[in-house]
Write a protein that binds this ligand. Structure first.
Ligand SMILES: NC(=O)c1ccc[n+]([C@@H]2O[C@H](COP(=O)([O-])OP(=O)(O)OC[C@H]3O[C@@H](n4cnc5c(N)ncnc54)[C@H](O)[C@@H]3O)[C@@H](O)[C@H]2O)c1
Length: 332
């Protein structure tokens, strides 16, 4: 088996492309498989093989798995917009659940024995305790969260029945960009807070919309845990190392364990950019918990994960560097 050969499904997307860079730095040989529905060909480094294919077409994933004796698959591909999942759940069950089932069946057929899966804090749903630990009840409150939880259960069943090893990484809010400023976050529509605040910093005619300022938090706006995308990348590689040893089927939260309110993030962006950022407050969005903060001790203890970027200003600064260099994203 090529211990350094790994297939990165969804590797042209935001978190996937940062993980590909990290893998290359660590001496792995990634191959990227992506349908470019939300990803960008330009985010894949020169020299990294790229296969354009779709998880809903099992033959294309089979062909990709023939490219090398892969030691593992990293699976980032998904539809990931909460609002869209409420409006069109069929799309989410098809893309996320059926797409992943196709991937797992192809892995079994090609004897690929390990997978690291991008899960999410949205699997917890209504929050009963903060910080959230992995054993918190799972009550997803939208189809997106349900599809991710269904996949987690599917991975447990595939481990029990077929011995397929898996680590599910439950990200909190992925944020920041590669410090080089060469790759970054470029979604359309963009629903994430930090890039939207920075777009308002770049264009003074834009106002940053904050959803609700009457939550029981420090300043009334929602509190979230922002985790740097290269710290997420590090966790993926550690998860693969752990699966080669004694972690065979497990789930870990990935967050900094610090919560910041939306207004605190706006203040950080004002400090970092030196610009005044106009804010407008609208009503709450249904289904937004007041506070989401990760208890991520297990990832530190079991995987040996040590996030390097725990300062909000530093996270925002890396995102700003990318945005200043690429105000129109990858198109520019
Ligand atoms: N960004 C976050 O804050 C966050 C938080 C929690 C979980 N996640 C999860 O992490 C993963 C990556 O998130 P992201 O922000 O990088 O998303 P992204 O949209 O930037 O990346 C997803 C990639 O998968 C590709 N893709 C989608 N469907 C595909 C298919 N059927 N076949 C092949 N390729 C396909 C897209 O083209 C894209 O390149 C997702 O699974 C998401 O649910 C993200």
């Amino acid at each position: 088996m090529g211990a350094k050969d790994v297939l990165v499904v969804g590797g042209a997307g935001y978190v996937g492309s940062h993980t590909v860079r990290y893998l290359v730095r660590k001496g792995y040989r990634p191959v990227v498989f992506d349908n470019l529905s939300t990803g960008h060909r330009a985010s894949v480094p020169r020299g990294v093989p790229f296969v354009k294919g779709d998880l809903l077409k099992p033959a294309s994933i089979g062909r990709a798995l023939e490219k090398a004796p892969f030691a593992a698959v990293f699976h980032f591909a998904a539809k990931a917009l909460v609002g869209e999942s409420v409006e069109n759940p069929a799309l989410y069950y098809r893309e996320n659940v059926t797409g992943t089932l196709n991937l797992l069946e192809a892995m079994l057929a090609h004897r690929v024995k390990r997978i690291v899966f991008s899960s999410t804090a949205a699997t917890y749903g209504n929050v009963e305790a903060v910080p959230l630990t992995e054993d918190h009840p799972k009550n997803p409150c939208n189809p997106y969260g349900f599809t991710k939880w269904a996949i987690e259960r599917m991975l447990e069943d595939f481990h029990a029945a077929y011995g397929l090893r898996s680590v599910r990484l439950r990200y909190f809010n992925a944020a920041g960009c590669d410090p080089s400023g060469e790759i970054g976050e470029d979604h359309d529509p963009e629903t994430h807070l930090i890039p939207n605040i920075l777009k308002a910093a770049l264009n003074s005619r834009r106002k940053m919309k904050i959803f609700g300022d009457d939550y029981p938090t420090i300043d009334g706006t929602c509190v979230r845990d922002y985790i740097h995308v290269t710290d997420l990348a590090q966790a993926h590689v550690l998860a693969l190392d752990a699966m080669k040893k004694d972690v065979h089927c497990d789930a870990f939260n990935l967050g900094n364990g610090n919560g910041y309110s939306c207004m605190q993030v706006v203040e950080a962006a004002r400090r970092v950019t030196g610009r005044s950022i106009a804010v407008t407050v609208t009503g709450r969005r249904p289904g937004d918990p007041a506070i989401l903060v990760a208890g991520a001790d297990r990832a530190r203890d079991v995987l040996g994960w040590s996030p390097a970027h725990d300062s909000l200003d530093e996270i925002v600064e890396t995102a700003w560097r990318w945005m200043v260099a690429h105000p129109r994203g990858y198109v520019g």
